[in-house]
Design a binder for this molecule. Structure first.
Ligand code: HXC
Length: 262
């Protein structure tokens, strides 16, 4: 497929590869226009449907993951056009339907809608150049891609309020300290490290990886006791797979597991 606002490639050595999606509107710091978000949805869906793909890496370029929604486009809207066109609702949340892990790799600016998109990833890795923020307040608006809801879940209420009300940026060290990112790396090592993490995940049983993602994300949606019950049911269910017996036998026989992904 020919995309105009994103670059798509496949990486990796094993039988299951990594699908890489690069946001690519460098002149606008990867501002997330409608065409870009439409293309992102299509690319995510295609990788998710491809059995040759294990996990997906979503990234930008050295300067920016994304500096937000596209401000000139936002300015064209009034209430009725935003409502009628289902602004944001129509093309921002395809990522939440993806069953494979989506690893976000952030360099440079990750602001507004960019930060909201990053928080829809399953895990974030950051270069030491990363800057996160929800500066909507400076534009006289509030976030519309889940920023007021996801940021407090990722970094806690106090820091989220501080970010949302002042519009200040957070550097990579603070982002790691507060749990927004899993690891911070020197910029020139970021992508290697992320691809390595992706390769590791690609080497595991696909349905187990998908279940792990689903259950972990569910932790933010359901009460604790319910979540644990659902986990327990799924834990029992994995004993019905080939891969459970294979993984445990391989351990005892001190050999690599030969997954059937079922
Ligand atoms: C469209 C953008 C943009 C954006 C930057 N650009 N951010 N275009 N939408 N969100 C464009 C600039 O207009 C400029 O274009 C070029 O990218 C380079 O940006 P500069 O400002 O010249 O770079 P710099 O001085 O380095 O400053 C970087 C920056 C600043 C601090 C990131 O660009 C900035 O504050 N951007 C806006 C960040 C923001 O407010 N994001 C939230 C958007 S609202 P030209 O043509 O002049 O070179 C939002 C709401 C989400 O996201 C709601 C639903 C999801």
């Amino acid at each position: 497929t020919n995309y105009e606002c994103i670059l798509v490639e496949t990486r990796g050595e094993g039988p299951r590869k990594t699908g890489v999606i690069r946001l690519n509107r460098p002149k606008a710091l990867n501002a997330l226009s409608d065409p870009l978000m439409d293309e992102l949805g299509l690319a995510l869906k295609a990788f998710d449907a491809d059995p040759g793909i294990g996990c997906i890496v979503l990234t930008g370029n050295e300067k920016a993951f994304a500096a937000g929604a596209d401000i000139p486009t936002l300015l064209q809207h009034d209430f009725m056009s935003a409502f009628n066109s289902q602004l944001i609702s129509k093309n921002w949340e395809h990522i939440l339907q993806v069953r494979k892990p989506v690893l976000g790799a952030v360099q440079g600016f990750c602001l507004g809608g960019g930060c909201e998109l990053a928080m829809m990833c399953d895990v974030l890795y950051a270069a030491d150049t990363a800057k996160f923020g929800q500066p909507e307040i400076k534009l006289g608006v509030i976030p519309g891609g889940g920023g007021t809801q996801r940021l407090p879940r990722w970094v806690g209420k106090s820091k989220a309020m501080d970010m949302l009300l002042t519009g200040r940026f957070m550097d990579a060290a603070e982002a790691e300290r507060s749990g927004l990112v899993a690891r911070v790396l020197p910029a020139d090592q970021l992508m290697d490290e992320v691809f390595q993490a992706a390769e590791t995940i690609n080497g595991y049983s696909a349905p187990v990886v998908a279940l792990m993602k689903q259950l972990t994300n569910q932790a933010f949606e359901v009460p604790l006791t319910e979540g644990v019950k659902i986990e327990r049911g799924m834990f029992h269910a994995v004993f019905g797979t080939h891969d459970q017996r294979e993984g445990m036998n391989a351990f005892l026989e001190k050999r690599p597991a030969n997954w059937k992904h079922g």
